[in-house]
Design a protein around this ligand. Sequence first.
Ligand code: FAD
Ligand code: NAG
Ligand code: NAG
Ligand code: NAG
Ligand code: NAG
Ligand code: NAG
Ligand code: NAG
Length: 475
Amino acid sequence: MKVRVLFVLSVLSLLVSWTTSDPVLTGFLQCLPKQPQSAYPIFEAIYTRLQIRTRSGGHDYEGLSYVSDVPFIILDMFNLRSIDIDVADESAWVQAGATIGELYYEIANKSKVHGFPAGACPTVGIGGHFSGGGYGPMMRKYGLTVDNIEDAKLVNVNGTILDRNSMGEDLFWAIRGGGGASFGVILSWKIRLLPVPANVTVFNVKRTWEQGALNVIYKWQYVAPKLLDEIFIRAITRLKNSTEGKKTVEVSFVGLFLGRRDKLVPLMNESFPELGLQLKDCFEMSWVESTLFWADQPIGTPVNFLLNRPQGPPNFFKSKSDYVKEPIPKQGIESIWQMMLKMDKVLMQWSPYGGRMSMIPEWETPFPHRDGNLFLIQYVTYWVEEGAETLKQHLGFVRKLYEGMTLYVSKSPREAFQNYRDLDIGANRQNHTEFETAKVYGSKYFKGNFDRLIRVKVMVDPYNFFKNEQSIPPR
Ligand SMILES: Cc1cc2nc3c(=O)[nH]c(=O)nc-3n(C[C@H](O)[C@H](O)[C@H](O)COP(=O)(O)OP(=O)(O)OC[C@H]3O[C@@H](n4cnc5c(N)ncnc54)[C@H](O)[C@@H]3O)c2cc1C
Ligand SMILES: *[C@@H]1O[C@H](CO)[C@@H](O)[C@H](O)[C@H]1NC(C)=O
Ligand SMILES: *[C@@H]1O[C@H](CO)[C@@H](O)[C@H](O)[C@H]1NC(C)=O
Ligand SMILES: *[C@@H]1O[C@H](CO)[C@@H](O)[C@H](O)[C@H]1NC(C)=O
Ligand SMILES: *[C@@H]1O[C@H](CO)[C@@H](O)[C@H](O)[C@H]1NC(C)=O
Ligand SMILES: *[C@@H]1O[C@H](CO)[C@@H](O)[C@H](O)[C@H]1NC(C)=O
Ligand SMILES: *[C@@H]1O[C@H](CO)[C@@H](O)[C@H](O)[C@H]1NC(C)=O
């Protein structure tokens, strides 16, 4: 009993210090002793000031949805996964814990001529992917996920459920690309379904360095961001062992055309002859089947593959991102390829911008990387063996590539894509949000939009309840 009294006293003394810091918490705790005597020792069951981490699909590159260096709880959304498609209204309500694969599957289940412009990996969660400004192979036609969201339901710091109307346009703006984790818990999104043709075309054309890949990717920089909005061609550079056992570089040009192949081939022959695209390289399929192709599945894979949840042990990887505004000279590409040849298990993925992306003003959503960018680079290194040595070696690879590209990518700030989260670019530690540190990662992810994100944060979460290593600070 004595211990209990002491405990209550210490809680009360803490209360005093909280009085000035957080009125919501103070009110809650002051209210408790006034309740009729409970059978349970209520104070012992109360933990305050734990961090909260909200997880939807758990694909955060740095694990911020399920890792923290202070005591925390995980709010896991994985059972909130209903998807309600309204074909007549060309819209859908999607809960945060659904995956984008489930969304693609459900859209196709109701309509063969609708789609949604989200990412390539089916197991990515709606909650994190949408709030971080997710993109995929229909980006040049329709922009990002956040450019096609009409409403949202969110639980704010006071526990109130808000929709677009009750949260107001500032908060609704902030969660469409500013990251959900700084502002509340997103329950669901209302999205606009977009028209897709009954037949789309995909291809994957590969060229090694010896087969002239350098010329093709050099020209790609000029062409890919200017093609018809219906064409998206990603260039992925990987290491390859040639048949003679020599290590070389190979580039895969992976494409989606929202139309038929007999229209695509002459178009490409005219504007991008260096690629040498032939009819036999092109495969026609429904839009939902093309999402499997982008998920690296063999043609003919059953569509219900999209319903699989992640399984098996995860591999390790580390990613970094960059934006390119001027074509990279041939000797620049060559020097980075030479660098890659000295490494192992690294790749670079270049995704073209232009089209719809250039039409949307930089401030329309928190995602600022719009007009003026030719393409987005993702650098990746991956490995399977655990251990500090392998970890250090691979982190070294990807950081060296990033360093080696400094001359050719965006500057002041060196922009970065928030959905490719990277704590190297600036991060807070240990439960404390330093404004000066936040300014560093904030300007790279959000450029001028960072200031408005701070104003929204001050309005909706002034005591910084929702925080992580790269959250928006309440200045
Ligand atoms: C294999 C792979 C492929 C990818 N491909 C693409 C791609 O093609 N295009 C692209 O744009 N991105 C891609 N990404 C990145 C992906 O979009 C981001 O990692 C995204 O944040 C993942 O969302 P999630 O819900 O799965 O992750 P989580 O780890 O659950 O969450 C990510 C962040 O969002 C917060 N969050 C999650 N749910 C909520 C919620 N309900 N309310 C508030 N905050 C929330 C978390 O706290 C965390 O900060 C890929 C990632 C992986 C691992
Ligand atoms: C985290 O920060 C909050 C206030 O910002 C503080 O009250 C709490 O004690 C801190 N938690 C830890 C574990 O340091
Ligand atoms: C839609 O989904 C239901 C339930 O999974 C399934 O029985 C039906 O065959 C699907 N219809 C189409 C057109 O895919
Ligand atoms: C090439 O071969 C070496 C030696 O067999 C191997 O370690 C490496 O992983 C291979 N690389 C690729 C890209 O296949
Ligand atoms: C590409 O164009 C050239 C002439 O411009 C033509 O001779 C050739 O047949 C075309 N190839 C294809 C596959 O259309
Ligand atoms: C192309 O679309 C038609 C419907 O317009 C469909 O019947 C056919 O199966 C589609 N072809 C492919 C390869 O998907
Ligand atoms: C939360 O509740 C407190 C106390 O009632 C109030 O002052 C504050 O404005 C509310 N915050 C939000 C974001 O609604």
